[in-house]
Design a protein around this ligand. Structure first.
Ligand SMILES: [Ca+2]
Ligand SMILES: [Ca+2]
Length: 280
C-alpha cells in the first residue's frame, strides 16, 4: 500500500506540469476594508485595497469562493489630486520573455459603493479599468501586460487572453485601478478568479496539406520560442528539421502516412515526442 501511494504521488507530480505561478488567485480571506487577502500587497501607501464583499456598500457575491478584491480610484481636492489603489503579488516562477501565457480574470463594478465623510456621502462608483503590469523587482511597473476595457457590468464577466511578455524575468504582477482617459475620478473595480498560466501545448495528431486553408500546416498551439522540431518518416528518413519551428511545415512532398515528431524547447529543456499523420 505504501508503495502504491508513493507511485501515485510520483505519477501525479510528473503529470501536474509545472508549479502554479500565482498564489491565492481567488483572493480568499477575511472580508474587511483596507486589507488585501494573503499574498497580495499594496505598493502605493496612500490607500489600501479591500477584501470584499460587505465594505462600503459592496454586496456582489464572489465569482469564485467567498471573497474577492476591490480597488478604487479617487479624485482629491488637494495634492496628489488622485489616488489609484494597486496591489502586487510575487509569482512562484519568473515569466520567460516571448513565452505565451494565458491571463484570465473575472471583473465587475459596484454601482452603490461609497462612504460617509463627515455626514456627506461620497460615491466611489464610476466605472474604471484594471491595468496589470509586470516587474522584475517588487512594485516596479516595467511592462504593461494587460488592460481591461472599462468595467461597468455589475455582474461578473470573465476575461481570458494570451499575452507574451517582452521582458525576461518578470517576477511581480502589479494590478492598478485605472480611470479611463487618465481623468481622476471616484471609481471602483472588483476582481476575482484570476490566473496566469503558461499556455498549454496542444500538438495535433494529423494535418491536411491540400491547400484548402484549413489545417494545412503542422500547427502546434502554445508553442514556445526556441523550439526545435524533427519529423521522421516510418522508414527513418528525416522529413523535416528546424532549430526554431514557426508552425509553418506543410508536409513538403511527403506522402500521406504516419510520421514521428520530436519537439524540444531549449529554454525549458523539455521534449515532447509523438505521432502525426499527413492526410492528403
Ligand atoms: Ca474569490
Ligand atoms: Ca487542409
Amino acid at each position: 500500500m505504501k508503495n502504491l501511494v508513493l507511485l501515485l504521488f510520483a505519477y501525479m507530480f510528473q503529470h501536474s506540469g509545472w508549479a502554479q505561478l500565482v498564489n491565492n488567485k481567488s483572493f480568499e480571506g477575511a472580508n474587511r476594508p483596507n486589507r488585501p487577502p494573503a499574498f497580495w500587497y499594496p505598493c502605493s501607501s496612500e490607500s489600501t485595497p479591500d477584501t470584499q464583499p460587505f465594505s462600503y456598500g459592496v454586496t456582489l457575491p464572489a465569482d469564485d469562493g467567498k471573497t474577492y478584491m476591490g480597488i478604487v480610484t479617487r479624485s482629491l481636492p488637494v495634492e496628489p489630486f488622485e489616488v489609484r489603489e494597486d496591489m502586487e503579488t510575487r509569482l512562484n516562477l519568473p515569466m520567460i520573455a516571448g513565452f505565451p501565457y494565458v491571463i484570465s480574470v473575472s471583473l465587475a463594478h459596484a454601482d452603490d459603493m461609497g462612504y460617509d465623510d463627515n455626514s456627506t456621502f461620497v460615491w466611489v462608483n464610476r466605472p474604471i479599468k484594471l491595468t496589470i503590469y509586470g516587474g522584475t523587482e517588487s512594485c516596479l511597473m516595467e511592462e504593461l501586460l494587460w488592460e481591461s476595457p472599462l468595467i461597468d457590468n455589475t455582474d461578473w464577466i470573465h476575461f481570458e487572453e494570451v499575452i507574451r511578455p517582452e521582458m525576461d524575468n518578470l517576477r511581480y504582477l502589479v494590478f492598478v485601478a485605472t480611470p479611463e482617459g487618465n481623468r481622476a475620478t471616484n471609481g471602483n473595480i472588483l476582481i476575482d478568479n484570476f490566473d496566469l498560466i503558461e499556455e498549454p501545448l496542444i500538438i495535433p495528431t494529423a494535418f491536411t496539406p491540400n491547400g484548402d486553408g484549413f489545417n494545412d500546416q503542422f500547427f502546434i498551439k502554445g508553442i514556445k520560442p526556441s523550439s526545435s522540431l524533427k519529423v521522421v518518416s516510418r522508414d527513418g528518413d528525416m522529413a523535416f528539421e528546424t532549430e526554431d519551428y514557426q508552425n509553418d511545415w506543410a508536409g513538403g512532398n511527403w506522402p500521406s502516412g504516419v510520421y514521428f515528431y520530436t519537439l524540444t524547447n531549449s529554454i525549458k529543456d523539455k521534449t515532447w515526442k509523438g505521432e502525426v499523420s499527413i492526410i492528403r
